[in-house]
Design a protein around this ligand. Structure first.
Ligand SMILES: *Cc1c(COP(=O)(O)O)cnc(C)c1O
Length: 379
């Protein structure tokens, strides 16, 4: 007897998602094609208003990507040569790249072995390391809400206040997540968002945003995203960027916001099903207390590198995709090695050998979820 043919389970299913909201998206894009205000059209301000309301933040500034959002926030603080910016070693490269682009130095911090979030104890150690070495000025901390769960914000705020450091949130992976019953977006002075297509709220190209409760900073961010302009277009107040949010991307995001909460609910259901189904076979991600994640990534831990390779092979045999975020912690990447002081970051190094992400997107059916669980349990 032939085994039943099973459809592949991919990491994302954007065509399926598109089919559900195709009409809304077409109407929104058609409207842009009618008015032709492709740069800073009315959809940009409309989206900014919606995102501010959604997150509870006072202001939202739409920008061209999550990476540009981080750059604008750090530029606004005047961060540059001689400054140390503390950030987790276990995150996407964009978080570390921006300080270097600005001439500052990323200082890598270890992470928690169960939640994968930045470890406050390691942050304290790393700040002390930098102060002791006396070469760099500690200036800022970037907390990252990794894989859709919140960073330990209360501890990060306490450390930043004590050490007089600027605190920002790289929330590229966690828009829609909650901590203590409130949406992420107000945990730090500024929160950056990414709407890259694979993030929980994804555009059809690059897009990002900055949330803040500080109206003066929001004005500065608006100036920086448009070449540092002042009240009029040809008044140049400061060195800025061309980092505006495209009108068409804003239009698409407005359509997608309409189903975002339903998608988040589905992501949470799948994460809970994985937690129940996988415990005892692999180590599911520990839940950050008092939070509700957006589950942009669902990563489990295997016993070791060989077990991970075997599990990936088995899943592949069942036509189930998997991925590794991140196969190398940033302090060991060629691009960042030279700026690292050599401190060992054992948890980030260990995670990079054992971590593995399973497919988790709102289009997965219960049957798909069951197939993933069964394949992992068999391994
Ligand atoms: C995706 C991501 C970014 C960058 O966002 P882009 O929109 O791709 O520039 C930054 N930080 C983290 C943690 C990310 O996952």
């Amino acid at each position: 007897m032939n085994a039943p043919v099973e459809t592949p389970i991919g990491f994302l299913d954007l065509p399926q998602q598109q089919s559900l909201i195709a009409n809304e998206i077409r109407q929104r894009v058609d409207a842009v094609m009618q008015h032709c205000r492709f740069v800073m059209g009315p959809e940009v301000a409309e989206l900014e208003g919606r995102l501010a309301t959604y997150s509870g933040a006072g202001q939202c500034v739409g920008v061209s990507s999550g990476t540009d959002a981080i750059q604008i926030v750090l530029m606004a603080e005047g961060i540059g040569a001689g400054d140390a910016v503390f950030l987790p070693a276990f995150t996407y490269t964009a978080t570390a790249e921006v300080p270097l682009v600005l001439g500052a130095t990323p200082v890598f911090v270890d992470v928690d072995p169960a939640t994968f979030q930045i470890d406050p104890a390691s942050l304290r150690t790393r700040i002390a390391d930098v102060r002791k070495a006396g070469k760099l000025r500690p200036r800022a901390v970037i907390g990252v809400d990794l894989f859709g769960q919140p960073a330990p914000w209360a501890e990060l705020r306490a450390i930043a206040a004590e050490e007089k450091l600027f605190l920002m949130a790289d929330c590229a992976q966690a828009f829609g997540a909650t901590l203590d019953g409130r949406k992420l977006g107000r945990e730090a002075v500024a929160t950056t968002l990414s709407f890259f297509p694979s993030k929980p709220l994804g555009a059809y190209g690059d897009a990002g945003g900055i949330l803040t409760d500080d109206p003066e900073r929001a004005e500065l961010y608006r100036s920086l995203r448009t070449h540092g302009e002042g009240k009029t277009r040809y008044e140049v107040l400061r060195t800025g960027m061309n980092a505006r949010l495209d009108t068409i991307q804003a239009a698409i995001l407005l359509a997608k916001l309409g189903v975002f909460d339903i998608e988040l609910e589905r992501r949470r259901e799948i994460a809970a099903a994985y937690d129940r189904g996988l415990a005892g076979h692999v180590i599911p991600p520990a839940r950050v207390p008092h939070s509700n994640g957006s589950w942009s990534v669902y990563s489990v831990l295997t016993e070791g590198e060989a077990a991970r390779t075997a599990l990936q092979e088995r899943l592949k045999g069942h036509d189930i995709a998997s991925a590794i975020y991140y196969p190398r912690p940033l302090h060991l990447q060629p691009a960042y090695r030279a700026s690292h002081d050599g401190a060992p970051l054992p948890v980030a190094e260990d995670l990079s050998r054992r971590i593995m992400a399973l497919p988790l997107h709102p289009e997965l059916s219960d049957n798909d979820v069951g197939r993933v669980i069964a394949a992992v349990r068999k391994a």
